[in-house]
Design a protein around this ligand. Sequence first.
Ligand SMILES: Nc1ncnc2c1ncn2[C@@H]1O[C@H](COP(=O)(O)OP(=O)(O)O)[C@@H](O)[C@H]1O
Ligand SMILES: [Mg+2]
Length: 321
Amino acid sequence: MSRTDFSADLPPEIAPLVTGSVLNEGRATIVVDAAPIPAAQRAKVEEAVKAAVAKRADVDEVRVVMTAERKGPLIVAVGSGKGGVGKSTLTANLAIALARKGVKVGLVDADIYGPSQPVIFGTQGQKPQAEDNKPIPLDSKYGVPHLSMGHLVAPGKALAWRGPMAAGALGQLVEAHWAADTEVLLIDLPPGTGDVQLTMVQKFKPAGAVLVSTPQDLALIDAARAGQLFDTAGIPIIGLVENMSGYACPSCGEVSDPFGAGGVEAAAERLELPFLGRIPLDMAIRQGSDAGEPPAAGDGAMAEPFLAIADKVQAWISARS
Ligand SMILES: Nc1ncnc2c1ncn2[C@@H]1O[C@H](COP(=O)(O)OP(=O)(O)O)[C@@H](O)[C@H]1O
Ligand SMILES: [Mg+2]
């Protein structure tokens, strides 16, 4: 994937409206800010962009994403460079922790290829109702209405979807019937930095992003790349979270660091990004997630790191609004 500047190919009145573009194996994705364009002319502008970019020899396929400033909840994306670092675990527990603090929060599981929120919330097998073709988010006993691709299609079915179809499906989740008083929508993004992520990030323009990584070097490098994705799209990074940091042996209590510890905080310092906190590697977290009993909902010590991270995210949100 490379960022490619198509401004020289575009009509001069349209070029300044382009907020992002990539070229990936002949497929161009161009994001256009539709807000200044009268609704009646948007289709025309879209066609003009398509036609202009398709003329390039290195382009086989053009996708145009028209974005417009929308009212509604503040979107906060949770991202990671790679899978398996605890992005879904953090998103769910951060949402629950925010709800416990009185924030009206909803959650979108945008990891359409590997949705895990239905299991974490214990809502797998439930089918959301629809109204005017838009799904109604599922309630949960944790005060976090949520929607996942895992609620809409059979397991594994989305695997064969290409970018445009995936982005369309995600749009359905983000533009669902969220309650009018929803303040924050947390988005559990797919791992990595592919063009589904880019389209999502640019189309829905999150207000900010939280990045999660384990302390391992490889995961850190990947997290830095994910950070660049948000930078490219002009999305501020709220901060970094270190997950699976330090392991307390359940029998002897000795704390060891299977993946190292403190690496993410050091990286945050280097990158001049806020550090939001660390979550220990704890069997109870995995067991709670698998059982539909997320630790942030409980009164145990396991809720504390999530509540502390939620404090910082809440402070960021209130400073912003
Ligand atoms: N701090 C933690 N302690 C123990 N297990 C964890 C922790 N964070 C995540 N896990 C477990 O690790 C696995 C991957 O986490 P998940 O949140 O699904 O990662 P991702 O969404 O980044 O792919 C899950 O089984 C989850 O329960
Ligand atoms: Mg996940």
